[in-house]
Design a protein around this ligand. Sequence first.
Ligand SMILES: C[S@@+](CC[C@H](N)C(=O)[O-])C[C@H]1O[C@@H](n2cnc3c(N)ncnc32)[C@H](O)[C@@H]1O
Length: 321
Amino acid sequence: MTAEGAVVELVERVRASATGPEPAALRAALERELGRLGRQVRAHPSRWGAWADGVDVVGTAYERLVKADQRRAAGQFQTPPWAAQLMATWLTEEPIELLLDPGVGSGRLLLAAAAQPRPPQRMLGLDSDPVALAMTRLNAKLRRLENLSLRCGDFLLDAVPAAPTAITANPPFSRHHAIPAPAKAAIHAGLEERGLKVSRLAPLHVLFLLRALDVVAEGGRLAVLTTSWWLDANYGRQIEHHVRNQARVDGLVFFDESHSFFAGAKTTALITLLTKGAKPAATAPAVQLGAELPAVSEVLRALCGRSTSLTVEEAELTEAR
Ligand SMILES: C[S@@+](CC[C@H](N)C(=O)[O-])C[C@H]1O[C@@H](n2cnc3c(N)ncnc32)[C@H](O)[C@@H]1O
């Protein structure tokens, strides 16, 4: 069976066993099906090639079952493989003791890191959605990953169970209106306790970036996927200033809207590569990508100053930029 065949089969089974077509019924049926598959994988671990050969069958099936507008509030758009590969390759250039994904989804970012030549020693995935955790659990089982722990919780509100030495994240792109008022008040109170007062207009993914910088160990690396529009917002200046004080910006990879980054969502996207506590630099290497993506290795070569066909801008990191 091909990976596409496995996706189609999983989608059909879930639809057939769901009590209705609404997202809650489909999600409940998917969770049951993932549990059933997990038991089969344990009993016959060698039969699952198509499910584990690099393609995220489970996450792809979820995105076919639950429509994009029904996933938007929780920002459930899995990272495209190209971006997951770039983030994992860059992060694992340095040894990683504990890699955290604070909104793990179906686990794509951690699976990409685990497949690198020097994978992290341990990995931790958090998510506020138990269905997301069930997807990652099955994906880990299919790939026989023993060093991955999962926790259900809110990354912006709950304590992180262990200090990560690196963070990989594709947080929900939701705007601030999507954050319920009590949660927003608690998130900002938490930031203020740690001396950081930021605008209530800051979207969820920017709050994730700030929290990630806060919890990662000194010297730790972060690869974070956000929109790029927050950089142009007025509230963005103070946040950028804070990020630059806390970390060195090792690279910025911009995607424009001509590249359809996430299926079903039109948006800009930016991968920011950071090292916490490293001496801040006045500039950062930045690459702007168009509709066609080059090889991941080309972009990484460009960011570290090696010769490539890509144009690299040394972006000035000043208040005005
Ligand atoms: C854009 S998806 C990313 C999934 C996966 N990391 C990937 O890159 O493919 C964001 C994930 O964050 C989860 N999430 C949303 N709000 C959260 C929160 N406050 N704390 C933890 N996870 C959250 C969503 O359920 C979703 O699975």
